[in-house]
Design a protein around this ligand. Structure first.
Ligand SMILES: [Ca+2]
Ligand SMILES: [Ca+2]
Ligand SMILES: [Ca+2]
Ligand SMILES: [Ca+2]
Length: 495
């Protein structure tokens, strides 16, 4: 090309670059279009115990893993005898979950074949293949939520300043992103509906939470160094011995447990768990970031989902086993928040959740994000029919059921804000995400608020209080059993 053409092309290229940078900046300013839509895929899974770090390239070569429940009275010695006889290996016995163990096959058999072997034994109550639980890759829930309420020019940054809605009389924190938190105080910002919130500001006139209440977040871990979370993270008291498991080893569990990497460091390398933790209990009124439903609380980080959002049923149970172990050692964990699930029913996971219920722990679970009816297409763990399970659907900022949200007149119990939810993200960041994953920690947070003023409530009474104090919404009629959205103010009797 000649010289003139060359400069012509150069100028054009520069214009394109500048335009791209401008568009990139616009995207950053909008932010709200980034969403995580947790949706679950389940497949039979083998897992090589010895080469976790090697990556997923040899999926076919990994040893099959099965979760086995032995009949009461079967001793560890007996279990070891049985596994040896079948040329298998005892990976982990869940000490605090009655008679459950994970066993790896070393003969290259398919997981279902190994499970059938165990099912045939007189000592075995049931056996199942370990299965994969995955968070869905980032979806676009917010985009279609925007579309659902019509193309507003209102979704830019020209929000009006936060104004209390009539009769609110609430307490507002000084956190700069609070105005984005429509779930806590909806003033109609960004085309929302004034009052379509959980009435947090009124609840805070009665209680802002308590560091005596421990909420376990079982997820991708939590960035416990986040500036808006660190003061509300559980730390193992000096009087409590480090965690020791007969099979897994000894752990310096300073801030919880990581079952996916089998270590004592549940740092979040994904973001999902940190987002959930902030919703429950980002430090409120600290002139920084957001406010959690609880300004003060203790969040116990637990990790079973890896960087890619993938984990196994076995590791989820190891986390529950850890929580029960810590509870029995004197840590007063009252709530497990579980923003994940699958359509596969695991008896072993159901039994582990039941065991947590026996310890006085409420298990709050996401209803799922496939827009389906859980009454006819069950989603677990939200569908386990247990007295300590509470299943949560997601609402938009106009009090509509979010399009992605699962529902179920019998099997989904309560709804909470779950679309375009601003919360903490690893590395002192804040992001907006959508999903029943985000609605679930709102309810977990309200449950913790209740316990801060009524610490002696039983699981049954705590669950009942959440359900009895909802705001009934027409959109939820026939969609969730309580027919309503969680209401923090009424739940803590602030009105
Ligand atoms: Ca064990
Ligand atoms: Ca075998
Ligand atoms: Ca770790
Ligand atoms: Ca804050």
């Amino acid at each position: 090309m000649n010289r003139q053409n060359f400069f012509g092309h150069l100028a054009l290229a520069m214009a394109v670059v500048i335009l791209a940078a401008f568009i990139g900046q616009m995207r950053r300013m909008e932010r709200l279009h980034e969403t995580s839509k947790e949706h679950i895929v389940v497949a039979p899974h083998g897992h090589d115990h010895d080469s976790d770090e090697a990556g997923d390239t040899e999926e076919e070569l990994e040893d099959a893993e099965v979760i086995v429940r032995f009949r009461p009275g079967t001793s560890r010695a007996a279990i070891e005898r049985i596994t040896e006889g079948l040329n298998d290996r005892l990976l982990d016995r869940f000490e605090f979950i009655d008679n459950q163990a994970v066993i790896a096959d070393e003969d290259g058999l398919a997981p279902e074949t190994v499970a059938a072997e165990y099912r045939g034994l007189p000592e075995v109550e049931y056996a199942e293949a370990n299965s994969v639980i995955e968070l869905d890759p980032t979806g676009n829930a917010a985009d279609f939520e925007e579309a659902a309420r019509g193309n507003g020019d209102d979704d830019d940054d020209d929000d009006p300043p936060v104004v209390r809605h009539p009769g609110d009389g609430g307490m507002e924190p000084n956190d700069p992103l609070f105005r984005e938190q429509w779930s806590l105080l909806n003033t109609g910002q960004r085309a929302g509906k004034s009052g379509a919130d959980v009435c947090a500001t009124r609840a805070w006139t009665k209680t802002k939470g308590s560091r005596k209440i421990v909420v376990a977040v079982i997820d991708t871990g939590v960035d416990y160094t986040h500036q808006d979370l660190r003061s509300n993270i559980w730390t193992r008291p000096a009087s409590l011995a480090p965690y020791s498991d007969e099979d897994l080893g000894d752990f310096d569990d300073r801030h919880g447990f990581d079952a996916s990497d089998n270590d004592g460091d549940p740092m979040d390398d994904n973001g999902h768990g940190t987002h959930c933790a902030g919703i429950i209990g980002a430090e409120g009124d600290n002139s920084d970031g957001i406010a959690g439903v609880n300004w003060e609380v203790e969040i116990m980080p637990l990790k079973f989902l890896g960087r890619n959002g993938s984990g196994t049923t076995k590791d989820a149970i190891e986390c529950i086993n850890y929580v029960v172990a810590r509870k029995r050692a004197g840590v007063d964990v009252r709530i497990i928040s579980a923003s994940w699930g699958s359509t596969a029913r695991s008896r072993a996971l159901g039994d582990a959740i039941k065991r947590a219920g026996d310890e006085g722990i409420l298990f709050i679970a996401a209803a799922g994000n496939s827009s389906t009816n859980n009454d006819t297409r069950p989603h677990y763990p939200s569908n386990y029919d247990l007295p300590n399970v509470l299943s949560v659907a997601a609402l938009t900022r106009t009090d509509a059921l979010a399009r992605f949200s699962n529902y179920g007149a019998k099997t989904v119990h309560i709804a909470a804000p779950g679309a375009e939810i601003m919360s903490t993200w690893p590395g002192n960041q804040y992001e907006e995400h959508s999903g029943t994953s985000m609605a679930t920690p709102v309810v977990s947070g309200v449950a913790a608020l209740i316990l801060s003023v009524n610490p002696d409530l039983s699981v049954t009474d705590l669950r009942k209080r959440l359900l009895d104090t909802v705001d009934k919404l027409p959109a939820l009629d026939g969609k969730v059993s309580s027919g309503g959205r969680v209401n923090a103010a009424r739940a803590v009797r602030a009105e």
